[in-house]
Design a protein around this ligand. Structure first.
Ligand code: GDP
Length: 451
């Protein structure tokens, strides 16, 4: 996401690196580059104008001239400005004092509302809530069924116009306002504490759709109205957002399809133009491809400073506590790190989701984007297949894996012998590193991290 913007900004800052003082000409050149990068990324013109003016004013001011490292100070200013246009502080869902909390989704057709409904439901369920999904999108063929499928995947019930509706005609003739109202009543009756109402969109903004959304809003009096916008739609994003802002009004923005390569900058303008914060990001078609949107962390990612906090959170979510405790104990007892452990670690990493997405959160990742794009997610599957083709004895004592055993393992896992060799080599290094760590030697090559 925001790849080219990120590349452009970081290369602009490279030109400043090492300068002890910044002349006015340096600042002008930098601000010009930043302005161009933002415009090329489709950030809306008024937003760019204000952004550049703020950066320039601060970059010429005292905080930069007095700074030990003026270039770094400029990066900080740009970071602050990015956080500002993204809505400032992280904004969480506001829960109703008396449940159920009603969350309504609005946006154009194809924006990703129905997908988001499933993601939100799954996430809220994981937080201990008991959500109900309401299918009030009776416009798009299939929307009700799609929500039912998502609900099933998320393990969350779905309130639909006619349970198990068979014909699309039947769905299309229903009354979405009534469905929304009945859905909320059902939630109240069945003690669901959150209701997520999916509504219809059109391919373009039209008065009838806007009226329908406004009517649903009036009927269910939602605590949150989330406007879902496809980050790939370019400059239209701002007009669409403004139309929804005036037509239905919303309390927060969800940027969807942030996994795409598109310039995405228009989506960056939405919060600024409407004054409503970005609350969530959708980053793929799977139900787990979903993040709480933190403006500060997103700014860090755009400026290639990494997003370690999100990385740690994802790790905490995915790591199996018992497995972590088992590894820690092995460590303390200085037991050997075996191929079984190696495999268990691989599986934990896989639980964290796509390797590529994780690596992209590391500081400096933008500079290695090409290598990361080529990262083959199936690598972990291959490693797993290789280890699974070994006998239990081989896994505990890899030293016994001689040439003929290597050939057998390669055949069993459908890989070349050279891949088995490479894996054993890598494992040998990991084992050595673990031993060093356990003995208190620190991570080799990382002097700052003494054990
Ligand atoms: P709706 O019309 O607003 O309900 O949109 P849908 O939820 O049906 O989404 C439209 C299409 O976009 C579907 O094919 C989804 O699988 C896809 N989609 C939704 N969210 C994302 C996302 O974050 N990333 C990607 N790559 N695709 C998405």
């Amino acid at each position: 996401m925001f790849n080219s913007l990120s590349d452009r900004l970081t290369s602009t800052f490279k030109n400043l690196r090492g300068k002890g003082r910044l002349s006015e000409a340096d600042v002008d050149a930098t601000v010009r580059e930043i302005r161009r990068a933002l415009l090329d990324a489709d950030v809306a013109v008024p937003v760019v104008r204000e952004f550049a003016a703020h950066v320039k004013e601060r970059a010429l001011g005292e905080e930069v001239s007095a700074a030990l490292n003026p270039a770094q100070q400029v990066v900080k200013i740009v970071n602050d400005e990015l956080v500002r246009i993204l809505g400032g502080e992280t904004r969480r869902i506001r829960l109703a004092k008396t449940p159920p909390t009603v969350i309504m989704l609005a946006g154009l057709q194809g924006a990703g509302k129905t997908t988001l409904a499933g993601k939100l439901a799954k996430w809220l369920k994981g937080q201990g809530h008991s959500p109900l999904l309401v299918a009030a999108d009776l416009q798009r063929p299939n929307a009700v069924t799609q929500l039912q499928v998502n609900g099933q995947r998320a393990g969350v019930p779905v309130f639909a116009p006619h349970p198990g509706v068979q014909s699309e005609f039947e769905a299309a003739t229903g009354d979405p306002v009534a469905v929304a109202r009945d859905g909320v009543a059902e939630a109240r009756q069945k003690l669901h504490d959150v209701v997520i109402v999916d509504t219809a969109g059109r391919l373009g903004i039209d008065a009838e759709m806007m009226q329908q959304a406004a009517d649903i809003r009036a009927a269910v009096n939602p605590d949150e109205v989330l406007f879902v916008i496809d980050a790939m739609i370019g400059q239209d994003a701002v007009n669409t957002a403004q139309a929804f802002h005036e037509g239905v009004d919303f309390t927060g923005v969800v940027l969807s399809k942030l996994d795409g390569d598109a310039r995405g900058g228009a989506a960056l303008s939405v919060a600024s133009v409407t004054g409503k914060p970005v609350m969530f990001a959708s980053t793929g078609e799977g139900l787990d491809d979903f993040e709480i949107f933190h403006p500060d962390r997103m700014a860090n990612r755009i400026l290639d400073m990494g997003d370690i906090l999100t990385l740690i959170e994802q790790a905490e979510k995915a790591w199996d506590k018992d497995e972590a405790a088992r590894m820690a104990k092995k460590f303390v007892d200085q037991e050997d790190f075996t191929l079984e452990d190696f495999l268990a670690q691989m599986q934990q990493i896989r639980n964290m989701g796509s390797m590529k997405k994780l690596l992209m959160m590391m500081p400096g990742a933008a500079g290695m984007r090409e290598q990361l794009e080529n990262f083959d997610e199936r690598e972990i599957d291959r490693v797993e297949a290789i280890v699974r083709s070994m006998t239990p004895h081989e896994r505990l004592a890899p030293k016994i894996i001689n040439g003929s055993r290597r050939a057998r393992i390669a055949r069993g896992s459908g890989v070349q012998v050279s891949e088995v060799n490479a894996l054993l080599e890598r494992f040998g290094q990991a084992q050595k590193m673990m031993k060093k760590l356990a003995q208190g030697g620190g991570i080799p090559g990382m002097p700052g991290l003494a054990g």
